[in-house]
Design a binder for this molecule. Structure first.
Ligand code: 26Q
Length: 816
């Protein structure tokens, strides 16, 4: 497509969707018209994809996730469709600037963190690898809250991301599906005289699909992300109106449509709230209905084919009710027998676990579930009864084991254990890194893994190189292409061809020049966002991720305090200048996480303005961390902080993004860090701290005593004392004191004190290496060269081989 034709298309959309001529259009109009101009290409591709999938009767994967963090789509979609240059030229010819317009696009925050971003990377890879795929999720009206910082504290503001309309979504009211809730189950005589359960007195609500098309790169194939919005039924309005109860009708409608109002902004605190249950159930019921309807259109009632045509992937336990809803459909609607219904269900479902934290494992009160989905409660009990019968008859004496396997937690208020349900109803259960899967097998899901070892697989997470290199870091992407040519974007293993350039002086210089330019851009952003002047020559030491005790932003803060105290002791001492960059949201109800944000901002205020420091240390907490900010920070990072307490970070994916963009990692032997170390080699990464095994021994033995580390290490003791006194949170001393108390009076569950000295020593090695820019560059280049394996394309291929068994579908030429 020529720039001229693209400009015309752009003006067309300005005129016919916004009613504007160029002269009267503002930034929001420009983004919308541009998006619509590109969407046209995506729609053509989607039509061709659907046609090919149908024609080949291809098996399709359905990725069910409560969260998607897509990021902005304009530049990505322009790149994928090959329209970037025409669009750039077109905008220029109209006196506009593509990058300025792209900067106006909203970033839909329909997720909390890693799990939501992983779902987005997977849709990208599925499209790029020519697999037929639907993502299913919810269209929250309010996404992740906007984070502001006031006096160092996090303040949450609503994210009304849809207020100006979202040009990428295509509403499909024609595909609206009904969802039943409430009521009770009665036993009635069925056709053959047998008593059968009938779900009665339910009310109905609707799921309205909103599709976002996800373009494959270098192929016309697209993935479809179908987001459900809750809608109240009209027919009920009329009934109630005739009774004259207008206000009640409107209030009822309001309550129903509130189901998709807001994303739960917590990633570990299991809420147990009715609204969250309704959200999870809406996602599941609407998606299953959609998939089953499509199956029926193609294959009629040939349910025995179902698992050969349909795969459901459950992104954590949040959509675990899929198993139960499928059973309900096969039993009650398709009228299959239990054994067949169960075989078909298990053969089509599989479950990805993302956490081992006991308090993060979802459970739902049986009573609550009964009031929302009474028929499903019955089915879960029956699944449980049959499973325990089977296990119990093989091994009748091990009652403890039966208790651990049970889907029902019976101690006190009865609760369903969603992880147990998800495992029981899946033919494959996967962890997201090697260590994580091993710990899943041997700790959290041990009894299940002993029963069904063949169902557990390790599939290490990955990231899409399209967003996380090609689009976010065009300077490095161009440098890579200039040396190894194109093609690495779809075959990231080809980055290994850079390895032999690691010691080449000229390549090192170019590589570091790219990094320096990216840092220059970030310096500007930091000035705008934080009002802090930062030296682009300093080492950019970056920790960006959700705020969590196990991720140990506090350990990072303790290191900054250590460096600061050393300078105060001897202002003339030589230090490697560093800029500490943080980005992190705390769950609004997570008190301790909010205290840590306050502490970091307190340290920033003191360190940044101390003349003794002389600008050699700077601390910047960038507000409102989200995908768009990650895309600016990652290309500019020198050091990647991956310092979770070993055993607790399931995988991490930011670790991969930062290494791919040439940052060196300082990290523990946790999650995918271990595999990153294996890939880049021990000499090219800074590993410290206790192993998961050592940490567990220390914790479980009851021998861990933070005070013993305090007494043995005067520098550590002085830092801990500053926390007790509130030195770095003037005016809010109690905030710092509470942190102190968690460490020193409540056992330091995440082993900050145990790992402190090892961390600080590793940091010294980092600080000593940085001034040797050639040596640093060599290691950074070796990191980039070794990151090919961490492509989400590799991860998706593994899911296909181990779990989904899909065939690639070639999309008819001509359409795209
Ligand atoms: C559960 C119940 C009620 C409300 C919210 C939730 C909830 C929501 C989100 C629980 C957990 C999450 C998100 C978890 C998450 O992002 N986990 C991360 O997943 C990444 C992808 O696998 C891993 O790389 C990270 O290690 C893991 O922390």
């Amino acid at each position: 497509m020529t720039a001229g034709a693209f400009a015309e298309r752009f003006l067309h959309y300005l005129r016919y969707t916004r009613g504007l001529e160029l002269a009267d259009a503002g930034p929001a109009d420009h983004v919308a018209a541009l998006a619509l101009a590109v969407r046209e290409a995506l729609v053509d591709r989607a039509v061709a994809s659907r046609k090919a999938w149908t024609e080949f009767q291809a098996k399709t994967v359905h990725y069910l996730s409560m969260e998607y963090l897509l990021g902005r789509l304009l530049i990505n979609n322009l790149i994928a469709t090959g329209l970037l240059e025409p669009a750039r030229e077109a905008m220029q010819s109209l006196g506009l600037n593509l990058d300025t317009i792209a900067d106006e696009e909203i970033d839909p925050g329909l997720g909390n963190g890693g799990l939501g971003r992983l779902a987005a990377c997977f849709l990208d890879s599925l499209a790029t690898l020519n697999y037929p795929a639907y993502g299913y999720g919810l269209r929250y009206e309010y996404g992740m809250f906007r984070q502001e910082l006031r006096d160092g504290w996090q303040v949450e503001r609503p994210d009304r991301w849809l207020k100006g309309g979202y040009a990428w979504e295509i509403q499909r009211p024609d595909l609206t599906v009904p969802v039943k809730v409430g009521g009770r189950v009665e036993w009635r005589q069925g056709r053959h005289g047998k008593n059968r359960p009938v779900w009665v007195d339910w009310r109905v609500l609707y799921g309205v699909p909103h599709d976002v098309l996800i373009a494959g790169y270098g192929t016309p194939n697209v993935s479809v992300l179908r987001l459900w919005a809750a809608e109240a039924p009209r027919e009920f309005d009329f009934q109630i109106f005739s009774q004259g109860d207008f206000l009640r009708a409107v209030a009822e409608r309001e309550r129903t449509e509130a189901i998709t109002r807001v994303l739960y902004p917590a990633d570990y605190v299991a809420a147990g709230r009715r609204l969250r249950l309704l959200q999870e159930y809406l996602l599941v019921a609407a998606s299953v209905h959609d998939v089953v309807s499509r199956f029926r259109l193609r294959y009629g009632e040939a349910w025995e084919l179902f698992p050969t045509k349909v795969a459901f992937q459950l992104n954590d336990t949040h959509p675990a009710l899929t198993i139960v809803e499928l059973m309900r459909f096969f039993l009650d609607d398709a009228e299959l027998r239990w054994a067949q219904a169960w075989d078909l269900t298990r053969a089509s479902c599989s479950y990805t676990n993302h956490t081992l934290l006991p308090e993060a494992l979802e459970t739902w009160p049986v009573a609550l579930m009964e009031s929302v989905i009474p028929r499903h409660v019955q089915i879960i009990y029956e699944i449980n009864r049959r499973m325990l019968d089977e296990v119990g008859s093989a091994n009748p004496r091990d009652l403890d084991r039966l208790e651990r396997l049970s889907l029902v937690h019976e101690d006190g208020e009865k609760r369903f254990r969603m992880a147990n349900l998800a495992i029981a109803g899946s033919h494959r259960i996967n962890g997201v890194a090697k260590l994580h899967t091993e710990l899943l097998r041997t700790r959290v899901a041990r009894d299940f893994a002993e029963l069904w070892p063949e169902r557990f697989v390790a599939i290490t997470n990955g990231i899409t190189p399209r967003r996380w290199l090609l689009s976010c870091n065009p300077r490095l992407a161009d440098l890579v292409t200039s040396r190894i040519g194109e093609g690495w974007e779809r075959d990231l293993d080809r980055l290994s061809e850079l390895a032999h350039l690691a010691d080449e002086a000229e390549f090192q210089q170019r590589f570091m020049a790219v990094k320096r330019e990216n840092k220059g851009d970030l310096v500007e952003s930091i000035r705008t966002l934080c009002g802090i002047a930062v030296d682009p020559g300093s080492m950019f030491d970056v920790q960006i991720k959700r705020l969590h005790e196990y991720k140990r932003q506090l350990l990072n803060a303790m290191h900054i305090i250590a460096l600061y105290r050393r300078i105060k002791d001897d202002p003339s001492r030589a230090v490697t200048p560093r800029t500490f960059i943080f980005g992190a949201k705390a769950a609004p109800s997570y008190h301790m996480a909010k205290l840590v944000i306050r502490l970091i901002n307190g340290i920033a205020a003191i360190v940044n303005s101390d003349p003794d420091v002389g600008g050699r240390l700077k601390v910047a907490f960038l507000p409102d961390y989200r995908v768009t900010l990650a895309e600016q920070i990652i290309p500019a990072a020198d050091l990647s902080e991956q310092i979770s307490t070993a055993g607790w970070e399931a995988s991490g994916t930011g670790n991969m993004k930062l290494a791919l963009n040439g940052a060196l990692t300082i990290g523990t032997l946790d999650g995918a860090n271990i595999e990153i170390r294996d890939a880049v080699g021990e000499d090219n990464i800074f590993i410290f701290g206790l192993t998961a095994e050592q940490g567990a021994v220390l914790t479980i033995s009851g021998h861990y005593d933070p005070w013993s580390y305090y007494r043995a290490d005067p520098e550590l003791a002085a830092i801990i004392d500053t926390l007790r006194k509130g030195t770095f949170t003037p005016g809010d001393e109690s905030a710092s004191h509470e942190i102190w108390s968690v460490l020193m009076e409540h056992g330091d569950r995440y082993l900050h004190l145990a790992d402190f000295r090892s961390y600080v020593e590793a940091q010294s090695r980092v600080g000593a290496l940085y001034p040797d820019q050639r040596a640093w560059a060599a290691k950074a280049i070796r990191n980039v060269a070794a990151m090919g394996w961490f492509s989400s394309d590799r991860a998706i291929r593994r899911y296909v081989e181990e779990i989904w068994h899909l065939d690639q579908v070639k999309i008819g030429a001509g359409e795209a």
